[in-house]
Write a protein that binds this ligand. Sequence first.
Ligand code: FE2
Length: 193
Amino acid sequence: MKKKIRELTGINTTYLGQYKYKDANRVNPKILARILELSKEYPSVKRSNELGWQSKKDFYKEPCVAELGQFVQTCLKRYITKNINTSIIKDWRITDLWANICPKYSYHKRHTHPNSDLSGAYYVSVPKNAPELIFTNPHRYMRPLIIGSADTAISPTDGLLVIFDSGLEHEVNINLSDEPRIGLSFNCQINKI
Ligand SMILES: [Fe+2]
């Protein structure tokens, strides 16, 4: 059978979602206390964090994140509805959620989140002048005069949630503050119909 060739095949544009959690002042201290408690119980899990501490990926089981989880789900729904063809989506679920403590001089080397569709970062406690979350422009070599070649930098603040395509390269420069930057990261898998 002859297969029809499509003239153009789309490659999705990547969007960054930014959402502010209005209950952060009330909820974050409980999350922060649990993260600090766990960091004394076992050594760091090795992911992208250099010189910092990362929890196991099942932090979603912690009761302290139950309320935040509802906000994250609401934001995921908004992101997916706006940016993805929902007619092909059955559902989605958060597969991994882990905590990060980034003390002075720690950093996140450039990385992606393989085997995942969407990922997110939520900021629990951020010092002044904390380094930005930098997303590498995936189009930097493609028509840069039209699209632009600049990377995108997001300044973290307490209660900010960032949702992004898991395949988008990102990094965080060295934290030069005496205070640690503490947050959560997660991966989300989207299931097709
Ligand atoms: Fe990451």
